[in-house]
Design a protein around this ligand. Structure first.
Ligand code: GLA
Length: 358
């Protein structure tokens, strides 16, 4: 059977700018070569999705209405509901889903799934949305599906990605520009083998609440308005949370400048400073991730840091392209020696964003 269309959406790495998106801060992600493909085989009254890894999902109404489905298909139902609210005509489909993004590694497998389904649903209904409007709908779908109050980082990266570049994005205005990643800079992702999913939901929401509280104390609506002096006199917890975000926004700009000047040593130093801030001020790292940051640095990386929401998942290390395989091998074997755990590694290539192919 010839498919009607396919929709592709990539995962992402975030070079720097972690836990800044939901306070209107700055981020610097890139779409990667791994992603989710939705292959639409037929039009239908309902939406029936089957995943090659997870099996058939519960079908749901094409406007996302009706009783909530359980299992992974709830992401699809939530996307359909958000699109219906934006006026998408209720057209259904039967589709197969294939994903090459590992789950729990901090590479945004769920955003890739949401965006690929959203593109397929829009295409079959001949409904057009501005790319960032679609990203925002998918961000809301994540909250609707699994209650995670995430920011716009993952979905925007998935939509805006282009080969060879990272996207410097202002999460309040959604203004963005491309930052070229030089060929000699490889983005090595080392997975701790500890999925972030178990406690991510609760702890993530708690961090967001703590940060919003701290922002309210200094009377700011977005983190880029806050200066370090305003932290004086805050309670210690609020001061730590806000200090991470204020310093991280600065690091995003400095990192973008460093990478554009091909100053990888400076970029690496900023990654290490970012990790220390995530570990000590934002408190989202775990000992195995701290160990991986140390091991990658010892093996010759310019720097590394916790990638994504934290509490497990992966580190992102900046390394010389010519040395990426050697460093990856070294780090994974030392990690095994030290923890008895099987880590895993991949080199992320800044790649094209989501698209529909007919
Ligand atoms: C997760 C969320 C993003 C972002 C990161 C932390 O990936 O989905 O919105 O907050 O954590 O930077």
């Amino acid at each position: 059977m010839t498919p009607i269309l396919t929709a592709w959406a990539p995962g992402r790495v975030n070079l720097i700018g972690e836990h800044t998106d939901y306070s209107g801060g700055l981020v610097l992600p890139a779409a990667i070569q791994l992603g989710v493909t939705v292959t639409v085989d037929a039009l239908s009254d309902t939406v029936a999705l089957a995943s090659s890894k997870l099996g058939p999902g519960e079908p749901f109404a094409s406007d996302g209405g009706g009783a909530p489905v359980t299992g992974w298909a709830r992401y699809g139902q939530a996307v359909a509901a958000e699109l219906a609210e934006l006026g998408r005509p209720a057209a259904g489909l039967t589709a197969r889903i294939e994903s090459t993004v590992p789950t729990g590694a901090g590479l945004s497998s769920s955003a890739a799934l949401e965006v690929a389904i959203a593109l397929a649903l829009c295409a079959v209904a001949e409904f057009e949305l501005e790319p960032l409007e679609l990203a925002l709908a998918c961000q809301r779908a994540e909250l609707r599906a699994v209650g995670k109050p995430c920011g716009i980082l993952d979905q925007a990266a998935c939509i805006l990605g282009r080969p060879g570049v990272a996207i410097l994005l202002d999460c309040a205005t959604l203004e963005h520009r491309e930052v070229h990643v030089p060929d000699e800079a490889a983005l090595l992702v080392v997975d701790s083998g500890i999925g972030h999913e178990d406690d991510d939901g609760m702890a993530y929401a708690q961090r967001r609440q703590e940060l919003e509280h701290a922002l309210a104390l200094v009377g700011a609506t977005r983190s880029t308005e806050v200066s370090m002096e305003q932290l004086d006199g805050l309670d210690p917890l609020s001061a730590r949370r806000l200090r991470h975000v204020v310093s991280e926004n600065r690091r995003v700009l400095d990192f973008a400048a460093a990478i554009e000047e091909r100053d990888l040593a400076e970029a690496g130093r900023l990654l290490l400073a970012g990790h220390a801030s995530l570990r000590d001020d934002y408190e989202v790292s775990i000992p195995e991730i701290d160990l991986l940051v140390e091991l990658t640095h010892d093996a010759g990386a310019y720097g590394a840091r916790q990638l994504g929401g934290g509490f497990g998942g992966s580190v992102l290390a900046l390394v010389d392209t010519a040395r990426a395989d050697e460093i990856a091998y070294d780090v994974v074997s030392r990690y095994r020696e030290r923890t008895g755990r099987d880590g895993d590694s991949l080199t992320a290539h800044p790649s094209a964003g989501a698209a529909v192919r007919r």
